[in-house]
Design a protein around this ligand. Structure first.
Ligand SMILES: *[C@@H]1O[C@H](CO)[C@@H](O)[C@H](O)[C@H]1NC(C)=O
Ligand SMILES: *[C@@H]1O[C@H](CO)[C@@H](O)[C@H](O)[C@H]1NC(C)=O
Ligand SMILES: *[C@@H]1O[C@H](CO)[C@@H](O)[C@H](O)[C@H]1NC(C)=O
Ligand SMILES: *[C@@H]1O[C@H](CO)[C@@H](O)[C@H](O)[C@H]1NC(C)=O
Length: 584
C-alpha cells in the first residue's frame, strides 16, 4: 500500500478495491492478475462508485447519508476505517453535488480522467479536447549548450519540497492505523511496541512534527545562508484529508512561511501551492466559479498575502486570479510559478470540462513569448510535474508543446509532489530522440512514506553577460531517520550531503543531452541504476533493502522520460530493453 496517492476519489474507490485483493486471493497467486485485469476491475469499481453517488443525488439522499454508506463499505471491506471514508466523503460531497446540479460533470468521463493511467474509457472524449494556439512568433534556431568556464560566477539555490507539517503529530502514538495518516492522538491503540510513532518522525504513513522541521530549517540556515534565493514547491499541510479545514491550512501556511523568514531573513522565497494547501484537499476551482462556498479565492488570497513579502506588488493580481505569477528575480532571469493543481486528476474540477483552467497555459505561452523577446531565461516552478500519471494528459500534452517551442528560453523546471528524488526529460515532438529540457523534482522533507527526509541545493550559472542560468550541479541532503530516532530526543538529527549529482553519476553537466545520456546508461548499467534507486529513496533503510525488481525499474525509468501519460511508447521500449538485457 506504499504507493497510494492520497486523494478523495481514490479513497472512495479504494473502499471497493479491497475486492481486488479478495479476488486475487480466490484466484490464486497475484501474478495471475495482470496489470490489464487490475485496471479493468479498477475502472469498473470506479464507475460503480460514481454511479452510486449520482443515484444517491437523484434519489434525494443527503450528503450525510451517501457519505455514511461509503464509510460503512470501507469498514466492511476492512481497507480503511469508517472515520476516514465517511469523513473524506463528507468533505467533498457538497462540491460533487454542486458540480452535478450545475451539470459540470459527464458521468462517463469521470473515471476515464481519474484513472487515466489505468486506461479507463471516456464516454465523451471529444468534449474534453482543447489546445493552446501555438506562438505566432517562429522558433529561434537552437544553440548548443556551452558549459560556462570554471571562473564563471554561480549562485546557490535551496529547494524545499513537501514539508507536510502535522500539528497533531504525537510521539508514541499508533503508526500503523487504518487511516491515510497515522502517528496522531486519534490513530488508535498501539498494539505492539514496534507500532509506536518515532520521536523525530516515522517511515510509516506519518508526516512531521514541528521540531523536526525547525531543526531541519536551522541546519539549512547554518549551511546554506549563502543561497541567493529559495524555491518552495508546496505541500506544507498534512495528509489528513478526512478532517481538513480552511483555518488549519491557513495556520500551517502562515507558521511555516514565518519560520523560513525567521531563519532566512534576507533570502527571497519563490513559492507555489501544493494540492494539500486547499480544502477540501486537492480541490482548486477555476476562477469562473464565483460561489464562495466552492471557489478557491480564499486560498489564493492567503497565498498573495503570504508571498507578498518576497514579491513585487504587481504579481498579486494573477495569484488572486489563478494562483500563479511571474517576476524577474535576477538580471536576465525570470521565474514563473505555475499552478499545476489545475491538471491534477484528483481535483474534481479537473474531472469536469476543464479547458486550460484560469487560462494558465495561455498565460504561460504569452509570458514566454515576452521573455524570449526580452532575451530573458526562465525557471518554471510548480508543485505537480506535468506528465506525472496524476496530471491530466491534455494539460501535459499542451504544456509539452509550449516547452518544445520555448526550449531555449526555459533554462530549467522545478517540481515536488512525488516525494522522490528524481528528474524528468522532455524530448522534441518531431525529432523524438532529441532531448530539449529537464525538470528537476526535489525530495520531500516528510518521510511519508518509507523515505529519509531530504532537500536539494542547486548550483546555477550566475550573474554574467549571456548567462544561461542553467542548473550546473545539485546536491541532495538527507538525514537518517532510523539513526535520529535511535539517538532520541536529546541528540539533534544529523543532516548530511547524500550525493552531488555530477560526481555521483559521472555526468559532464546537467543539460538535456547529458541527462539523456545518463538515462541511457541506466538502462544497461545495473550498478548505476541501483545508485539512482538508493538516492531516489534517500538511502532509507526502510525501503532500499527491499530492492527494486524489473517492474520497479521500468516504472522509475519510465517516469524520467514520460511527459504525457497518453504516450507510453518510451515505457514500452524500456520494458523491452530491460527484459532483453536481463536475458544475458
Ligand atoms: C461522518 O463525517 C462527518 C464529517 O467529519 C461527521 O460530521 C459525521 O458525524 C460522521 N458520521 C458519523 C456517523 O460518524
Ligand atoms: C488501452 O485501451 C485501448 C482501447 O481499449 C487498447 O487498445 C489498449 O491496448 C489499452 N492499453 C493498455 C496498456 O491496456
Ligand atoms: C511485534 O512486532 C514485532 C516486529 O514486527 C514482531 O516480531 C512481534 O512478534 C510482535 N509482537 C506481538 C506481540 O505481536
Ligand atoms: C541509518 O542509521 C542506522 C542506525 O544507526 C544504520 O543501521 C543504517 O545503516 C543507517 N543507514 C544508512 C544508509 O547509512
Amino acid at each position: 500500500m506504499s504507493v497510494i496517492i492520497k486523494t478523495h476519489l481514490l479513497i472512495l474507490i479504494s473502499c471497493l478495491i479491497g475486492l481486488l485483493d479478495l479476488l486475487t486471493l480466490i484466484n490464486g497467486s497475484t501474478e495471475s492478475v495482470t496489470r490489464y485485469d487490475k485496471s479493468t476491475v479498477k475502472c469498473a469499481l470506479c464507475n460503480q462508485i460514481v454511479e452510486e453517488i449520482f443515484e444517491g443525488f437523484n434519489n434525494g439522499m443527503t450528503d450525510k447519508e451517501i457519505s455514511f454508506l461509503i464509510g460503512q463499505r470501507c469498514e466492511t471491506l476492512n481497507i480503511f476505517n469508517f472515520k476516514l471514508c465517511n469523513g473524506t466523503a463528507s468533505i467533498i460531497m457538497p462540491t460533487i453535488r454542486y458540480m452535478h446540479t450545475n451539470k459540470l460533470l459527464i458521468q462517463g468521463n469521470l473515471c476515464g480522467i481519474y484513472l487515466q493511467a489505468d486506461n479507463c474509457t471516456l464516454s465523451d472524449p471529444d468534449n474534453l479536447e482543447w489546445n493552446i494556439a501555438s506562438s505566432s512568433v517562429s522558433k529561434p534556431p537552437i544553440t548548443p549548450f556551452i558549459l560556462p568556464s570554471l571562473e564563471s560566477p554561480t549562485i546557490k539555490v535551496l529547494h524545499l519540497a513537501d514539508l507536510h507539517w502535522d500539528p497533531d503529530y504525537l510521539v508514541g502514538s499508533n503508526a500503523v492505523c487504518k487511516e491515510l495518516l497515522c502517528c496522531r492522538a486519534d490513530s488508535g491503540d498501539v498494539v505492539n511496541k514496534t507500532d509506536a510513532a518515532g520521536y523525530w518522525g516515522d517511515y510509516r504513513s506519518c508526516d512531521l512534527p514541528w521540531y523536526t522541521i525547525e531543526k531541519a530549517v536551522a541546519h539549512m540556515a547554518e549551511k546554506h545562508s549563502d543561497s541567493a534565493y529559495i524555491i518552495w514547491t508546496g505541500d506544507l499541510a498534512p495528509h489528513n484529508v478526512w478532517s481538513t479545514n480552511k483555518e488549519e491550512n491557513i495556520y500551517v501556511i502562515e507558521r511555516l512561511m514565518n519560520l523560513i523568514q525567521q531563519y532566512f531573513p534576507n533570502t527571497p522565497v519563490y513559492a507555489t501551492l501544493g494540492n494539500h494547501e486547499s480544502h477540501p484537499s486537492d480541490t482548486f476551482a477555476p476562477p469562473e466559479i464565483t460561489d464562495e462556498a466552492f471557489n478557491t479565492n480564499w486560498l489564493y488570497d492567503v497565498a498573495a498575502r503570504q508571498w507578498a513579502r518576497w514579491l513585487p506588488a504587481e504579481v498579486s493580481s494573477t495569484i488572486r486570479y489563478g494562483g500563479y505569477y511571474t517576476a524577474v528575480i535576477q538580471p536576465g532571469l525570470r521565474v514563473i510559478s505555475l499552478n499545476t493543481n489545475y491538471c491534477y486528476t484528483a481535483n474534481w474540477w479537473t474531472l469536469s470540462k476543464s479547458q486550460d483552467p484560469a487560462s494558465s497555459l495561455l498565460w504561460l505561452n504569452k509570458v514566454l513569448e515576452d521573455a524570449e523577446r526580452a532575451g530573458e531565461k526562465v525557471h518554471i516552478l510548480s508543485h505537480i510535474p506535468p506528465g506525472n500519471q496524476d496530471c491530466w494528459t491534455i494539460f501535459s500534452r499542451e504544456f509539452s508543446k509550449i516547452i518544445n517551442r520555448f526550449e531555449s528560453t526555459v533554462a530549467a523546471q522545478f517540481y515536488g509532489h512525488t516525494h522522490k528524488d528524481e528528474y524528468k526529460i522532455f524530448y522534441d515532438l518531431v525529432d523524438r530522440n532529441r532531448p530539449t529540457n529537464v525538470a528537476f523534482i526535489g525530495p520531500s522533507l516528510t518521510p511519508f512514506t518509507e523515505l529519509n527526509p531530504g532537500y536539494r541545493v542547486y548550483t546555477i550559472d550566475g550573474r554574467r553577460p549571456g548567462s544561461t542560468w542553467a542548473v550546473l550541479d545539485f546536491a541532495t541532503w538527507a538525514m537518517n531517520l532510523t539513526a535520529a530516532n535511535l539517538f532520541g530526543p536529546n541528540v539533534d538529527p544529523v543532516w548530511f550531503e547524500l550525493y552531488q549529482v555530477r560526481q555521483e553519476y559521472k555526468l559532464d553537466d546537467l543539460s538535456p543531452n547529458s541527462m539523456d545520456v545518463f538515462f541511457q546508461r541506466m538502462l544497461v548499467d545495473d550498478a548505476l541504476f541501483q545508485r539512482y534507486f538508493q538516492n531516489y529513496y534517500r538511502n532509507s533503510d526502510r525501503r532500499v533493502p527491499q530492492g527494486c525488481d524489473n517492474d520497479c525499474r521500468v516504472r522509475l525509468l519510465c517516469f524520467t522520460v514520460t511527459t504525457d501519460i497518453a504516450d507510453q511508447s518510451r515505457c514500452v521500449q524500456i520494458a523491452k530493453q530491460i527484459q532483453k538485457h536481463d536475458e544475458f
